[in-house]
Design a protein around this ligand. Structure first.
Ligand SMILES: CC(C)(COP(=O)(O)OP(=O)(O)OC[C@H]1O[C@@H](n2cnc3c(N)ncnc32)[C@H](O)[C@@H]1OP(=O)(O)O)[C@@H](O)C(=O)NCCC(=O)NCCS
Length: 180
């Protein structure tokens, strides 16, 4: 049986450098074949440096680190958008050696639970159109809702799909006593 994963919040008091360094390794391994080294370097600097993560933590983004047997195997980041009733999934990255064995599904269950606890009814994310993870998200109940082409400066463009998942009400929502 696969050992269970541990998903914990990352706070401004934690070791953010280690997460930024992990992000650098995963993005270099995964994204260079998809979008090229120049755009990966640019995006890492803008969005996943330790400084950028600190700024996001200060502006409504919540980060969580995923560990198995104490080892860092992934991270995720979400932003609640209460006015829209939505939770934006900004990041979800697992180390290569931890993909394809159910951890991503486990992380998505965690995210769904978080959304329900906050009274949010829809998850959304953007994903590069050429990223095979589009299929994973479909498998996890998301559907492609729109094309999103975003100019991120310095001549780079994110050519993404917006994907969405509507959360159906559950027993825990009908009886919110246990919710926080
Ligand atoms: C995307 C990611 C988080 C998914 O996590 P994972 O642990 O690999 O996914 P799981 O093993 O839990 O698989 C989830 C579901 O997708 C299915 N799946 C996995 N790969 C698939 C593929 N290439 N095509 C179709 N379905 C696939 C699985 O069978 C599973 O469905 P099931 O539980 O009904 O069998 C992980 O692969 C990852 O970090 N990828 C690289 C980075 C990335 O692309 N992140 C997303 C950026 S937007």
């Amino acid at each position: 049986m696969m050992e269970s994963v541990d998903i914990r919040p990352l706070t401004l008091h934690d070791d953010i450098e280690t997460v930024a360094s992990f992000a650098r390794d995963v993005w270099n391994e995964y994204y260079i074949p998809l979008i090229g080294r120049a755009q990966v370097d640019y995006m890492l600097g803008r969005f996943q440096s330790a400084g950028a993560i600190r700024e996001q933590l200060d502006s409504g983004y919540e980060y969580f680190v995923v560990r198995r047997s104490g080892a860092l195997i992934g991270y995720l980041s979400v932003k609640p958008e209460p006015a829209a009733g939505e939770l934006f999934i900004s990041k979800l990255y697992l180390h290569k050696s931890s993909r394809g064995s159910g951890t991503g599904r486990r992380c998505m269950e965690f995210i769904e639970q978080l959304a329900r606890q906050r009274g949010l009814t829809r998850l959304w994310l953007t994903v590069n159109k050429g990223n095979p993870s589009v299929r994973v998200y479909e498998r996890l109940g998301f559907r492609i809702a729109a094309d999103v082409v975003i100019d991120i400066g310095s001549g780079f463009v994110m050519d993404d799909y917006r994907m969405e998942k509507v959360l159906r009400s559950t027993e825990s929502e009908a009886h919110p006593a246990g919710a926080q």
